[in-house]
Design a protein around this ligand. Structure first.
Ligand SMILES: Nc1ncnc2c1ncn2[C@@H]1O[C@H](COP(=O)(O)OP(=O)(O)O)[C@@H](O)[C@H]1O
Ligand SMILES: [Mg+2]
Length: 325
């Protein structure tokens, strides 16, 4: 994927949720705390991390739905954190599509499937005839055929897998340059996850859309993405091409996540493996030094005291760990 242009560049982004007490701010949940990443044109980038590490907060900030505390988010060179809200709605919302985790929660229950897919095109004033043609095309492309069977149904009449297909159709309606997919298949039955991802990937290739694929599941990230960023406690701890990163993890946290992937040997599948002792830290007062140090089997004295940035290694990979400094 090298040589292609960056579409999205996130620089040292902090997104802190204020904790309000009466009329004052009593503190912050540092859900995203110094994240830098990039997505090239046509590339699929995965963000992998445990629940609570800040993935959805990052996704919502990139969509322009919640404000940044500091840092910048460049889309085609424009810093969207500096844009006024109406501009984000008018221009940026046509450039970036969103697929959310919970299909039933994300869809208005009283709208038909046709209306749901059509709505972004109505907002952006696509002519009626073009809209009708496009809705049918999108239903076909996402495998919801024949379209007549779906156009006039309501969300509760569809399965979770079918609804996520509708969500993908809606996200693609305006042919956006980027789709942010926040755990798009994690609430679906394991049996349909790969099917939906394969369909999504086919359309990603057809439309040449870039994708930011957010997941807690390394197995699908490996299958689906070109590059992986591993997130822990609001920060990126490792980044690199998916295959290299999975075959040769460098950060102790990545190593631990990969060690708990399901065993290919069915006989060993029932042993529940724990990622690491302990729990991810409280993001109101994260630990000093490296955020993983209370759980890390390799922690040294330095790790408890000194925070470090992502280090660029010679092979184009990045890692935030004193073992490599
Ligand atoms: N609106 C909010 N106000 C306060 N804290 C929040 C809010 N949204 C998320 N958080 C907290 O921010 C952290 C990251 O949450 P989230 O971004 O949802 O992580 P993930 O998607 O990785 O599970 C969690 O500690 C969560 O409780
Ligand atoms: Mg989430």
């Amino acid at each position: 994927m090298s040589g292609q242009q960056d579409l999205l560049v996130v620089k040292d982004l902090r997104v802190w949720h204020p904790i309000r007490k009466f009329l004052t701010v009593a503190g912050y949940v540092r859900a995203v705390d110094g994240v830098s990443l990039s997505v090239k044109q046509g590339e699929i980038v995965a963000i992998v991390g445990e629940s609570g590490c800040g993935k959805t907060t990052l996704a919502r900030a990139i969509m322009g739905l919640i404000p940044a505390y500091s840092g910048s988010i460049f889309f085609e060179g424009v810093d969207i954190t500096k844009l006024p809200k109406p501009t984000i709605r008018r221009w940026y919302s046509a450039q970036v599509g969103l697929v959310q985790q919970d299909p039933y929660g994300a869809m208005p229950p009283f709208m038909t499937i046709k209306k749901i897919i059509e709505e972004p095109m109505i907002i952006h004033k696509v002519p009626k005839e073009e809209r009708e043609r496009r809705v049918r095309q999108l239903l076909e492309e996402t495998g919801l055929t024949p379209p007549e069977d779906f156009l006039h149904k309501y969300p509760h009449m569809l399965s979770g897998g079918q609804l996520q297909r509708v969500a993908i159709a809606r996200a693609l309606a305006l042919k956006p340059k980027l789709i942010v997919a926040d755990e798009p298949v994690s609430m679906l039955d394991a049996s349909v996850r790969i099917e939906v991802l394969m369909m999504f990937r086919g359309l990603q290739e057809k439309y040449k859309t870039s994708v930011l694929y957010i997941t807690h599941d390394f197995a699908t990230a490996k299958y689906f993405s070109d590059r992986i960023f591993v997130m822990y406690a609001g920060q990126i701890v490792e980044a690199g091409p998916s295959r290299d990163l999975i075959n040769k993890p460098k950060h102790p946290y990545t190593e631990a996540l990969i060690n708990v992937l399901p065993d290919p040997d069915p006989g060993n599948r029932f042993t529940v493996k724990k990622i690491l002792p302990g729990e991810p830290p409280n993001l109101i007062r994260p630990p000093p030094g490296c955020r993983l140090h209370p759980r890390c089997p390799y922690a040294m004295e330095k790790c408890r005291r000194e925070e470090l940035p992502l280090i660029e290694l010679s092979d184009g990979r990045q890692v935030r760990c004193w073992l490599y400094a």
